[in-house]
Design a binder for this molecule. Sequence first.
Ligand code: GLA
Length: 367
Amino acid sequence: MKSLQAILLLMTTAAFAQKTTVTKAPFGNVAHQGSAEIFTLTSADITMRITSYGARVVSLDTKDRNGKTGGVVLGYDNVDSYIADPKTYFGSVPGRYANRIAKGKFTLEGRQYELPINNPPNSLHGGTDGFASRNWQGKAIVDGVEFTLVSPDGDQGYPGKLTAHVRYLLRGNSVRIEYLATTDAPTIVNLTNHTYFNLGGDGTPSILDEQLTLDSDKYTPIDPTSIPLGPQALVEGTPFDFRTPHTIGSRIDADNEQLKNGAGYDHNFVIRGKSGDLRPVAKVYDPGTGRVLHISSTEPGVQFYSGNFLDGTLPSRSGGKYQKRSGLCLETQHFPDSPNEPSYPSTELKPGDMYRSTTTWTFSTEK
Ligand code: GLA
């Protein structure tokens, strides 16, 4: 009898340990868009906060190899700071088309469309007023939060009324992000998450010592305005070869035209394997704290951006400023400028079809 009780207690404790709690609180007002909310997701391993403003990750706390908790993403603690910073896209879901479209122009079903040029001469992350600056509708769901945004026909120049959903689900040491979208007329869509990671924890000034592994044999070289040239290139023998772990800083200053074009790493890597299958994308390891992040995705590509445009002017959570290369982004995505490059996987969405994309972030530690 005693042992049965013990077993039952063990089972309840295990079930309880796996449970994720979700709470909601106000996060401040967004002009003409109502109040933003902030959701806190807590598991035994992770606490993360996500706001409706930009459907963005505000903070994410994990333990290091000694069990000490620390924040591993860049961000702000109030909505006004996000509104005042339209350039970094900290933690957000950019859209309707994440990354660049050359000269803000594309043709779909014989019609040409023009988008705002907010990263001259190109359109970046959906335009001047893209999804990252929208106050999404949020609701708590089992293990997480779901955000919904209705983008009307003609919004930022894009055709068709698009209804987008983003779900963040926290289970134990893993975060799952699911993107869904439908449209009422042919359009293009490419959603991602633009979190800047620094596994060293809040206040760590650089990501250059973090070790990166990418499941990519190829990448898409860019022109000096960061638009892919078209053909895919092998990473072999270049500073873009992360098939085995390399610290980000070890080759970032190499005499290489592509690194010059990106002002460091700011390139789309082609993920090995079949697009649509959830498969490994990247591993980041911080030798200082032992923290490890594994990323998997159903997307064909990932933008590895080494935080080159952070310039030491934005206030950091730990009281200082966010320095150049103090965070790194691994934005799972369709390739930049796909609407203008027929050889790339299509980003077109038709009425009756469902856009689906899934990315997971799994945190652990190593010695
Ligand atoms: C993406 C781009 C970068 C930069 C950041 C935001 O990662 O590829 O060039 O614009 O967003 O600062």
